[in-house]
Design a protein around this ligand. Structure first.
Ligand SMILES: [Cu+2]
Length: 334
């Protein structure tokens, strides 16, 4: 689904989005269950990932040298009740397959629901087994909290916003497109929008700028996550990272926790084992000029690390050229 955290080199491919508005259909969090048994997936035919030397460079989004532009969110018209029910059922099944995939460490359960176009967009090769490989063991536990704004788009495809809680920390609002592929509804695309945090009585917003600096003499570009205030947040019901991409390149913000006092650069040199890195959430893609709200719940006191692995023009992941930062969540005063 939502993303592939693959780290070491690239990191993620993900997308989801936002809306709100005429939420005809809605399912409550209480009704939703991460029970894997409900997943109905066609699965995938036998296959294997594309060998590395044949993989398309297009699969690496950061390699786009022209300034990437955020896609428009299609508006559509509100779905009638019967169509809305079908949209909700699709989303519920998709989430069930995400959970089933995580439980079985088998992303083919939900990649099997992807349209051919979404497989191509996600992999650059069109080989669904490349998507399976990059998804790792699945997205983790996904709790569906609501399906909002079910619409029919001009071309007959459908869309809705799924409000989900991923791994107990990451509140995401995923705008999902559902397309008819030879008579079967398939997952056609996703864009992340701002999650609904209106349920919370306490929200802390941390402003973060992504900046790029070019050395006039060498042309080398360095990157930074710059906190607008102190890089400290008092524990709260919701902590939202309001991340503004002030640069010209595509970026991401992967939120992880590392072993205490570890130097984040140990991610690159192997001195921090992958098993010792806890993935929390990710903001991706963050387009130039875009501001992205990454909303988090249940953050315990501690140090959190933001990194970007998208490669720059020199081919090196941005973390190599400075794109790493840490902030601390501290306990509220008693
Ligand atoms: Cu970056």
């Amino acid at each position: 689904m939502l993303s592939r955290l693959k780290y070491g080199v690239l990191a993620i491919g993900a997308a989801l989005l936002v809306t709100g508005g005429s939420g005809i259909a809605s399912v409550s969090a209480q009704d939703a269950s991460p029970t894997p048994a409900e997943c109905v997936s066609p699965g995938l035919p036998e296959g294997s990932p594309t060998p590395m030397d044949m993989a398309s460079p297009a699969a690496e989004a950061g390699h786009e040298m022209e300034a990437p532009v955020a896609p428009e969110v299609p508006a559509g018209t509100p779905a009638d009740d019967a169509t809305a029910a079908e949209i909700v059922a699709f989303v519920e099944n998709y989430v069930a397959c995400l959970n089933a995939a995580t439980a079985a460490a088998d992303p083919s359960l939900y990649v099997g629901l992807w349209s051919a176009a979404f497989v191509m967009e996600s992999t650059g090769t069109g080989n669904p087994w490349d998507a399976v490989a990059s998804e790792g063991s699945g997205p983790g536990t996904v709790v569906l909290q609501a399906v909002n704004n079910p619409v029919v788009l001009d071309d007959g495809s459908r869309a809705a916003n799924a409000e989900v809680l991923i791994n107990d920390h990451w509140l995401a609002n995923v705008h999902m497109t559902i397309v008819d592929e030879e008579g079967t509804w398939k997952y056609g695309g996703e864009m992340f929008q701002t999650a609904d945090t209106s349920f919370a009585s306490g929200v802390t917003v941390m402003g973060i700028d992504i900046v790029e600096t070019t050395d006039e003499s060498t042309g080398a570009v360095t990157y930074a996550f710059q906190f607008l205030g102190a890089p400290t947040a008092v524990q709260n019901e919701v902590i939202t990272l309001n991340i503004a991409n002030q640069g010209a390149e595509l970026h991401e913000a992967i939120l992880i926790q590392l072993p205490e006092d570890a130097d984040p650069m140990g991610i690159l040199d192997g001195s921090i084992a992958e098993a010792d890195v806890t993935f929390i959430a990710v903001a991706f893609p963050i387009y130039p000029g875009q501001t992205y709200d990454l909303s988090l719940v249940n953050l315990d006191p501690g140090v959190y690390t933001l990194v970007c692995f998208i490669p720059g023009p020199d081919g090196a992941p941005h973390i190599v050229n400075g794109m790493v930062a840490q902030f601390e969540v501290v306990a509220a005063a008693a």
